[in-house]
Design a protein around this ligand. Structure first.
Ligand code: FEC
Length: 317
């Protein structure tokens, strides 16, 4: 008989409605409520994005569903994988997902985050919360902490870069003249002093995607820095665009490798804010399509889980 293994699929989470934005923002700020101005500014950003007010919720639901289908196809003889969602800043929270597994009689689990790169401030905090609840609930859990060089993930991003370079070419641009800007969510600069692998992993993904897509003309830049007083990693994508336009670069392809879904940081920060700057600078900027339920990405996730299981990190067999 196959043993049921819980798969805790963790993601950032998004509010359920505009009324929930305050609680969500307060959770992100570790319990400190935003000022009325900050709250209004965030609500305005949600209202401005195309594709529904909170597309991340549906995207995460669909990713988890497709990942479950992929795991069902994996043909592992001794395990049946059952996915549970655990969100960082919205319900069902990470703790809810772990407790649900325990309530369903699951005693062994594997955790993975819908974000490929490890930082103590991102994946590290998902893992810490999941581990603490798993310990309380008596669930033995192992984690996949990053998968930023998985060949199928690299292929999926590279295919998207190539598709947009083709579009540039069809529109009359020389593809070699398009600057590919790989980007990811900024974090406070202090992570570097902590020896955090986040930046190096992002550069490794960028190099691997550039190589696979046959791109030489690229650079890495940050985006979506938080609105706090401490310094965040830069340069920011908007500054990079300004700098490049001064060097007469007319075509840019933003490729957010640190994100796997359409959500606020892509649909607002890149599709609205960066496009406004592009217009002011009179440059043409495109963005690669997000992975969402891209089969190669679903296969990446399933493969990571199955490989972790086969490694025998959990007590089984
Ligand atoms: O569509 C949505 O509803 C959610 C979009 C969303 C994603 C996301 C991913 C990451 N974040 C990361 C780090 C930080 C740090 C802070 C921070 C703040 C915010 C705020 C919003 C927000 N983040 Fe986010 N992030 C998303 C949304 N993020 C909204 C609050 C307003 C603002 O600053 O814009 C600062 C916290 C603090 O104040 O102390 C740090 C990282 C990721 C990528 C990895 C992951 O997905 O976990 C890292 C999606």
């Amino acid at each position: 008989m196959k043993k049921k293994i819980g798969v805790l699929v963790m993601s950032y989470g998004t509010p359920k409605s505009l009324d929930d934005v305050e609680a969500y923002y307060t959770h992100i700020r570790r319990g400190s409520a935003p000022s009325p101005e900050q709250l209004k500014e965030l609500k305005d950003r949600y209202e401005a994005i195309v594709g529904g007010v909170f597309p991340l919720r549906e995207n995460t639901d669909r990713q988890v569903e497709k990942m479950q289908e992929e795991l069902n196809k994996s043909g592992v003889e001794d395990a049946e994988f059952v996915c549970y969602q655990g969100l960082k800043h919205a319900a069902p929270f990470i703790e809810d997902g772990v407790r649900q597994m325990a309530a369903d009689g699951i005693t062994e689990a594997i955790g993975i985050v819908l974000a490929p790169h490890y930082s103590t401030m991102s994946i590290g905090s998902y893992v810490k919360r999941a581990q603490a609840t798993a310990d309380e609930a008596g669930v033995k859990i192992a984690f996949i902490e990053s998968y930023h060089l998985h060949p199928k993930l690299i292929e999926a991003f590279a295919n998207r870069v190539v598709a947009k370079l083709d579009e540039f070419e069809d529109a009359g641009a020389d593809r070699g003249s398009v600057k590919v800007l790989f980007s990811a969510h900024s974090l406070p600069e202090r992570i570097l002093a902590m020896g955090d692998p986040y930046r190096d992993q992002l550069l490794e993904t960028s190099e691997a995607v550039a190589e696979k897509a046959g791109v030489d003309n690229w650079q890495f830049t940050w985006q979506s820095a938080g609105r706090t007083s401490e310094p965040w990693l830069g340069p920011d994508v908007l500054d990079t665009m300004k700098e490049l336009s001064q060097q007469d670069v007319r075509y840019m392809l933003v490729s957010p490798l640190g994100f796997v879904s359409d959500h606020l940081e892509v649909l607002y920060d890149l599709d609205i804010e960066a496009q406004q700057v592009a217009e002011e600078l009179d440059v043409r900027v495109m963005r690669i399509d997000s992975l969402n339920t891209e089969p190669l990405y679903m296969q990446t996730l399933a493969d990571c889980v199955v490989t972790e299981w086969k490694k025998g990190a959990l007590v089984h067999g």
